[in-house]
Design a protein around this ligand. Structure first.
Ligand SMILES: [Zn+2]
Length: 180
């Protein structure tokens, strides 16, 4: 049950952190949190049947510390994209490559909004071409992550992506903060 990850939301519905299913079940049993989304998985014991949550929300408010700017590097880009190829949706773990959406040869910059995780076949297919030339589409618009807690959640999000996505920052958030 510990392999399963559960997203914890703050009282305000802000994403807070990822925990093990065991901890989430304890929080529910102890009345510290409420169930927001189910995982579709069920635990059976001789006496009970329990639906495992995918998202829970705390009844009390936890203050989120202000984090310094997130380092812009390959590791964090992969975390932001949940180690998932942003063209085909394949999950490739640490073996994923980084692709420039607008290639450097066409003036594309190396910034959060212009780089995405891509599997090798997609990266090769795209090469030094623009999206329009290849006809490829992005699954999500890349954005600059605001906080370490959100980045940590996104890193675990690949398996639960669709259930968690609506509680995570919208695509393109913080674009305005980046400037020209
Ligand atoms: Zn791919």
């Amino acid at each position: 049950m510990n392999a399963r990850k559960v997203l914890i939301l703050n009282q305000t519905f802000e994403p807070l952190q990822v925990c093990t299913a065991r901890r989430a079940v304890l929080l529910l049993f102890n009345g510290k949190a409420e169930r927001i989304e189910d995982s579709g998985q069920i635990i059976r014991s001789p006496s009970t049947i329990f639906a495992l949550p995918s998202v829970i929300r705390l009844h009390h408010y936890v203050r989120i510390p202000v984090t310094p700017t997130i380092s812009f590097n390959k590791k964090n880009i992969l975390k932001r994209d949940s180690y998932t190829c942003q063209y085909c949706g394949r999950n490739g773990g640490e073996r994923m490559t980084i692709d420039h959406i607008i290639p450097k040869s066409l003036g594309g910059r190396t910034i959060w909004e212009n780089v995405v995780s891509a599997c090798r076949p997609c990266n090769l297919k795209k090469g030094n071409k623009s999206l329009r030339e290849t006809g490829m589409r992005l699954l999500h618009k890349p954005f600059r992550p605001r906080s370490a807690s959100v980045l940590g959640i996104l890193a675990h999000a690949s398996l639960q992506h669709e259930r968690w996505r609506k509680y995570l920052p919208p695509d393109g958030e913080d674009r305005a903060l980046l400037g020209p």
